[in-house]
Design a protein around this ligand. Structure first.
Ligand code: SF4
Ligand code: SF4
Length: 335
């Protein structure tokens, strides 16, 4: 088995994260959707086609991820996938597993590069208090159906203090379900997690040492089963160079109210780089996230330092012990 390798930012690649709507049938504890900033609208069928084409660059390897809210609640999702495929995008749909509008009956393996399911526990006892009563059963049953239909599937597990102890038990479940890729995410201080961090509730954030103790070990175990594992880098080694994706990569996080961000950590604030106005991409003037990307600090990611300073440990001379990497920098492990 190979060692985990860092997936650097690729020039010539463009990643589009298109939120079709913000509505969802679930109400997860760590949901990052923030209606105050992202609105409550849904793209029209015309906007859907137009925005997909707007972001396509034929000179680049282009990936599109359809998101929500719950994207399968959008009645024109399959149409959107067809438009994206005809442009040449690699297509992923991120779902909570409910698959509305007979989604599975209306797509074939040719429509999708990956159908990605979110699950936050190896059993209902861990998953359902986070994602909702009965969600584990529905999500795993639909994931199995998708695999039976020949669709390549991924599973996303958002690690928080409430489910880190269940991560290891995902190994046999992933194998049993026939999942091809496993994404381990770190809980972010965004949306509802940010609200709970400010309240008296138990914080969802995971202690950095606990993360380093558990995540690489489980990732290795999963990859031994022949499943590709992708997880955030979080801390940079001394010899590694810090890069902010906002400066060196092309990622666009698009919301139905027309806001376009380049950094997911900025999504709770009105500091987006662009807006879509009349189906055209317009650069926003004034204080935007791009000003932060240019700041060079010893701690690495500027937004992490601003939003979650508690994650940074300093030595006696006041220097940070670790630099925090860009949240978009991943490690990949495969057999
Ligand atoms: S499924 Fe996704 S969009 Fe829906 S509540 Fe959960 S985290 Fe939020
Ligand atoms: S997470 Fe940090 S390093 Fe990455 S794009 Fe955002 S500000 Fe830049």
């Amino acid at each position: 088995m190979s060692a985990p390798h860092t997936v650097g930012f690729k020039t010539g690649e463009r990643n589009i994260f298109l939120h079709l709507l913000t509505a969802c049938n679930l109400s997860c504890a760590h949901c990052y959707i923030n209606p105050r900033e992202h609105g409550s609208s849904m793209l029209t069928r015309e906007q859907l086609a137009s925005w997909i084409r707007l972001f396509h660059d034929p000179a680049k390897e282009s990936n599109i991820v359809f998101l929500g809210g719950e994207p399968t609640m959008h009645p024109d999702l399959v149409y959107g996938i067809e438009v994206a495929k005809s442009c040449g995008y690699a297509v992923t749909v991120d779902t909570n597993g409910y698959l509305f509008h007979d989604f599975l009956e209306r797509v074939t393996p040719d429509h999708l590069d990956y159908l990605s399911f979110s699950l936050d526990g190896p059993d209902p006892e861990i998953n359902d208090p986070i994602r909702g009563e009965g969600v584990f059963g529905v999500c795993t049953a639909n994931l199995k159906k998708a695999v039976d239909r020949g669709i390549s599937t991924s599973l996303i597990y958002t690690v928080s203090s409430r489910n880190i102890d269940g991560l290891e038990r995902m190994v046999p479940l992933l194998k049993e379900l026939g999942v091809k890729r496993f994404f381990i995410q770190v809980i972010g201080l965004r949306g509802k997690s940010a609200t709970s961090a400010k309240s008296d509730e138990t914080p969802l954030q995971v202690d950095p040492n606990r993360w380093l103790e558990v995540v690489p070990m489980v990732a290795e175990e999963v990859s031994r089963q022949g499943i590709t594992v992708i997880y955030p880098k979080v801390f940079l080694d001394k010899t590694e160079i810090f890069e902010c994706a906002g400066n060196v990569a092309e990622n666009f996080f698009i919301f139905p109210n027309g806001r376009v961000y380049q950094c997911p950590l900025c999504e709770d604030y009105p500091i987006h780089s662009y807006e879509i106005r009349n189906d055209k991409l317009v650069k926003v003037e004034g204080l935007t996230e791009e000003r932060f990307f240019k700041l060079d600090i010893a701690e690495g990611c500027v937004m992490n330092k601003l939003l979650q300073p508690d994650t940074i440990v300093y030595d006696d001379s006041g220097e940070p012990v670790h630099r925090v990497s860009c949240c978009l920098l991943k490690q990949r492990l495969e057999k």
